[in-house]
Design a binder for this molecule. Sequence first.
Ligand SMILES: Cc1ncc(COP(=O)(O)O)c(C=O)c1O
Length: 350
Amino acid sequence: MAVQTQSRNRPLSRAELRARIDRLPRTRLAALPTPLEACPRLTAAIGGPEILVKRDDMTGLAFGGNKARQLEFLFPGILASGCDTIVAGAYTQSNWCRQITAAACRLGLKVELVLVHGIKGPKLTGNLLLDKLMGANVTIVDIDDVQRLPPILEAKTQELKAAGRKPYLVSPFAMSTLSISTVGYVEAMVEIDEQLSARGLKADCVYVSGANMTPAGLLLGAKALGLTTRVVGISPVRWDEDRATDIARIANAAAKHLELDVTVSPADVENDDGYVGPKYGLVTPECREAVKLAASTEGLILDPVYTGKAMAGLIGHVRQGKLRKGETAVFLHTGGMPAVFAYAEDLVDA
Ligand SMILES: Cc1ncc(COP(=O)(O)O)c(C=O)c1O
């Protein structure tokens, strides 16, 4: 389904939308704007639309990624609390935890990470290696799902308080975290549109590893600007609940921060979970093919958990005739490259 082109009021210009974003408190952390690069060899190899890659793997903060933009809007609230320590958690190969640790280092805060064992476990490589290099205090818990993490994070926070520290718990699933972070990707959509316009181009679609804040922000940005660009999320995980409803809910909560009179409905959300494979974090043959193709045609390194599957989705959609020659597709590279090292044997033969 295409993004509806009309918001209830007239669409905002890029300058107007930027002005709304500029009203919000912000902690500068990301190297922006990121480049938008043509990929002629990858385009030719795939044989579909012209592909441009938005290089959000180059945002900085310990090897880049989409969290840098999101953290710019999350950190003012964290800093205002007067905390001395950030408590966060996810899987051991979490890009989110790596980038929040890098941001905390730059801002003079300590970090306590509670990491779920996950597929790659305590192997000291990739993101986990970087977390430790940056001085995060890491506790690894062997539970089967990150959804069970919040009470463990809460207990860690209480433990730190009892020890006289001033911890700030960044709740990974709280709407307050999700909605303000989403603003970073509203701005990314403005940036993409600006960069395309400078080349006389319009995007038919933006492909992105679709989970939460990133597709929600892009979608909200596209709607606010009145663009016909479709935001196509390729899911890294199969959700139990209705994802379109959740992504729309996150986008609409972000719209409130920006005082936008725009509503994203579940019908606006395109989310394909056909490229997850058996489960989150397991490399599929299609993902492996996509990672190798981007690397060998463009020297572009994708990650095995998110962007590799998103590119597999883009390639799959070309093969199914959903994306065609003559169209322009932006592929948003959301980062995640440190995981390449943790997944070495899943990606190449020894
Ligand atoms: C590399 C990468 N891409 C995409 C995502 C999904 O981002 P979001 O949850 O903001 O939609 C993540 C989340 O951890 C990620 O690490």
